[in-house]
Design a binder for this molecule. Sequence first.
Ligand SMILES: C[S@@+](CC[C@H](N)C(=O)[O-])C[C@H]1O[C@@H](n2cnc3c(N)ncnc32)[C@H](O)[C@@H]1O
Length: 177
Amino acid sequence: MNLFLMLLILAVLLIIMVFSLIQLYNIAFRGFAPFISTKFNAILAILKELNLSGQETVYELGAGKAGFLRAIEQKFKNEKLIGIEYAWWPYCLARMQIMLSGSKIKLIRNDIFKVNLKEADIIYCFLSPKMMDLLEKKFRKECRPGTLIISYHFRMKGEEPEKVIKENKNSIYFYRI
Ligand SMILES: C[S@@+](CC[C@H](N)C(=O)[O-])C[C@H]1O[C@@H](n2cnc3c(N)ncnc32)[C@H](O)[C@@H]1O
């Protein structure tokens, strides 16, 4: 193996290590949610509860592979679908899937807390208890009255859900802000 190739491999490994460390730091010390996808059956259970016209602006906060947005696009044909994801690995995976499928989903690589949510009609989250605590304040400040917030697993302590459904023992909370 020549020296150039070895240096290239080392550089790639170093970059992956740095990104992994940043992500570990964010999960351990900032309470950010790790990358775990919502189970497909849970997405199907949520879809059954929704009746969309296709005109709504839908956000997936911490989009991962944007499974929720892709399901909404397939069923209701919405065109304003926005995913926010800060971690490079899920972001790149989702980007590739979006490109290959010709999807209209707009994926933004950013921290959820730096994105204004005033345009949202529906927001989907599968995050962490700490993030939901922080988001509760953000939703109240930025979202229009009537915005639907759907949270898989984690509730907002200060808000009464409009509806709670169960999918395989996991709760899915529906809030109307
Ligand atoms: C539990 S996963 C859910 C992924 C996807 N929404 C789903 O349900 O399949 C949480 C995702 O949120 C992302 N995330 C965590 N904190 C974030 C933040 N502050 N800004 C943007 N994305 C974040 C993680 O990188 C991870 O991909």
